[in-house]
Design a protein around this ligand. Structure first.
Ligand code: PRX
Length: 662
């Protein structure tokens, strides 16, 4: 082994608590990044091997250039060839109690048939398909069918509103929309197709709509010549569709996520790099074995579901649970009942869900045999030590490591996480521990220079990784600006070599004296409500699109269960006055424009907002007022009376409704 102090890996610093194997793997990765990734990429099936592992033209990276593969082939055909034909891919369970089981072979058959359906409807390589479905098997089937023929899927979370769906369809110029008649949520039926029809009034690109009968809603509107039932199309579909040979650098999908402006960003992921990344990260972090039963409770509408319900686990030939319903329906032990029923071994969920179950009480989990669990994971927001401990003790019975995975839509897969598949370091509740091999991160100050242990700074990534986003859909300038312009390379950043470009995550973080990383939430105007990422600007622009609203400022308020909730300060147009009715109406409005995930918890009517002299809203001050904290520096504030008014508004609402609820 090379003398450590002379190797690039020595620059990683403060790694003494890395397990030996993890440390060694990270060292190897940085010594020869290309060779390292090349060896890992060999685990996928390539129709043609790559010519070059990485072309890095900062900030644009092309991974496995010249390599040719197909995502659905790797997820399905490759497993069948390995002898997993009759292994269960998905145990599906609907909220209403219906169940379905799909083996790898059955999934393969459905995907092939649906790929042929898409082809028959005129879908070609490179076309975009929007998918607006609940958590039913048709969702991964549609994604994999799109991937099979080289079309890009753009999945839109089924909890999003018609308008949010329309925006995403328009941006991607999707040709096909796949949806369902309805979905179940906490026993109620939500007519999804009706929502989709509202969206379609605002779009021009969609030529055909395919509708899955999930609920059997009698009055589902179907437009002749445009709308087709899924089952009708599948009846006559040809059974085999050859997988389209795709360049590793061809995009696999677009997934929209919130940023700091009103317009969601179309994150584009590649085929080769992304697949290699989700394969490697799932293996490293969770060490899945052939007889594991993996349950990721996310919705496939988010990146977590793309990477760790669809592509990652299927690449590994794993058996999974897919649940379409609320965690507490019909009773708060629904999840634990599922764990017991199927003998789940690995559970991956979000801190907000853990806190919700904590609130229900441990008696619900105690009713069930959870002894099959061997590993637990979390994602989406910082996990507070209390929730970590509850998860560890009550769900894991003090036996299961907690894999706290830090990552983003943009990173494609885990970046910072304990690595049970390599070498598990001692865990600390609330820390995601260390970066995975090949990932170079640091914590920097406003000038982009590394901060000392325990100092809060911005988390940055210093070397390209295979799962990184390729760009933003049709907006490379915004890609450069959002992620690669906040920090410039400087001589103090030499990790593992002085990087030519610095990726800004938008997150605060801190390192402790042992080098463990502690993620501390967003540093930008993005809020995390129950783990869902929502831009304050997005909600503000939804507010001002209401005829009564002149100006809006939206902030995240700390919440013991959801992490954060949305609080809005509203200036009304003249002619409108504050009232309880208007408050209700605005709430409904936000649900309609964005979706129920963005429902504000409180709405305050004010006549002015705290702004800087240059007119920027000082959300920081509103945040301090709402959470009863010190205001800090207010020297740039233009009009101090706005602060007093905001305080009064918060106070009076608190008094009348109790703790800030409206
Ligand atoms: O703030 C971080 C938080 O979630 C953001 C990414 O959100 P999204 O793109 O929706 O992806 C969520 C699922 C990967 C990050 O910028 N975040 C994610 N995981 C963690 C986290 N914060 C703290 N700890 C985590 N484990």
């Amino acid at each position: 082994m090379a003398e450590e102090s002379s190797s690039a890996a020595a620059e990683i610093g403060q790694q003494k608590y890395y397990g030996h194997k993890l440390k060694e793997m990270s060292r190897r990765a940085f010594e020869d990044l290309e060779n390292f990734w090349s060896e890992i990429a060999e685990n996928l099936v390539w129709f043609k091997k790559w010519d070059k592992v990485l072309e890095w033209d900062p900030p644009f990276a092309r991974w496995f250039v010249g390599g040719v593969l197909n995502a659905s082939y790797n997820a399905l055909d490759a497993n069948i060839k390995k002898g997993l034909k009759n292994k269960v891919a998905y145990f599906w369970e609907g909220e209403e109690g219906k169940t379905r089981t799909l083996t790898y072979y059955q999934l393969w058959k459905e995907v092939n048939k649906f790929a042929n359906v898409l082809k028959k409807l005129g879908v070609k390589k490179g076309d975009r398909i929007s998918i607006y479905l609940p958590m039913i098997p048709e969702l991964p089937i549609a994604m994999l069918a799109a991937a099979r023929i080289g079309a890009l899927h753009s999945v839109v979370f089924s909890g999003f509103s018609a308008e949010a769906l329309a925006n995403r369809i328009n941006d991607a110029e999707a040709k096909i929309l796949i949806t369902a008649d309805g979905l179940y949520r906490r026993g109620k039926v939500i007519p999804l197709k009706k929502n989709a029809d509202e969206a379609l009034k605002l779009t021009k690109s969609v030529e055909k709509v395919i509708v899955v009968k999930r609920v059997g809603l009698e009055d589902t509107p179907m437009t002749e010549g445009r709308d087709y039932w899924w089952d009708d199309l599948m009846k006559d579909a040809e059974p085999y569709c050859p997988p389209e040979p795709m360049e590793a650098t061809d995009p696999l999908f677009i997934l929209y996520t919130s940023g700091t402006t009103g317009k969601p960003k179309g994150v584009v992921h590649s085929t080769g790099g992304y697949l290699v990344w989700v394969w490697a990260t799932l293996k490293w972090a969770f060490d899945l074995k052939p007889d594991d039963i993996w349950w990721c409770t996310a919705d496939i509408g988010w990146i977590t579901g793309h990477s760790y319900i669809v592509y990652g686990p299927l690449l590994h030939g794993v058996t999974q649970i897919m649940y379409d319903g609320a965690p507490d329906y019909p009773a708060p032990d629904r999840w634990w009942e599922i764990v017991e029923k199927y003998g789940v071994t690995a559970l991956y969920t979000a801190p907000t869900a853990i806190r919700m179950h904590m609130k229900f009480g441990e008696q619900w989990a105690k009713k069930h045999d959870l002894s099959t669990l061997r590993i637990l994971g979390t994602v989406g927001e910082p996990i507070n030590p209390e929730a970590w401990k509850w998860y560890y003790e009550i769900i894991g019975n003090d036996r299961c490591p907690i894999i706290d995975t830090w990552w983003q839509t943009e990173t494609g897969g885990f970046m910072i996480s304990p690595a049970a598949g390599i070498d598990l370091v001692p865990l600390k509740p609330g820390s995601a521990t260390f970066p995975l091999p090949g990932i170079a991160v640091d914590v920097v100050n406003e000038d982009g220079e590394p901060v000392k242990p325990y100092e809060r700074g911005y988390l940055v990534v210093l070397a390209p990784w295979p799962g990184m986003l390729m760009t933003l859909w049709r907006d490379p300038e915004r890609y450069k600006e959002v992620y690669w312009s906040k920090f410039q390379p400087n001589s103090k950043l030499k990790f593992p070599i002085q990087p030519p470009a610095v990726y800004y995550t938008g997150d605060y973080a801190m390192k402790d004296e042992e080098g463990y990383l502690w993620l501390m939430g967003r540093a930008d105007d993005v809020i995390k409500v129950a783990g869902h990422r929502i831009g304050t600007a997005e909600v503000e622009s939804a507010f001002v699109s209401h005829p009564a609203v002149a100006e809006a400022a939206v902030i995240g308020k700390p919440d013991p269960v959801k992490g954060e909730t949305i609080v809005a300060f509203i200036i009304l147009k003249s002619g409108y006055s504050p009232s309880e009715e208007l408050r209700k109406e605005l709430r409904t409005w936000i649900r309609k424009v964005i979706g129920p995930v963005a429902t504000p918890e409180a709405i305050f009517f004010v006549s002015s907002l705290p702004k800087t002299r240059s007119g920027k809203i000082m959300r920081r001050l509103l945040k301090a007022i709402v959470s009863g904290k010190q205001l800090g520096d207010i020297t740039t504030l233009e009009d101090a009376s706005s602060i007093e008014e905001a305080k009064r508004a918060v106070e009076s609402l608190r008094k009348s409704m109790g703790e800030g609820k409206s």
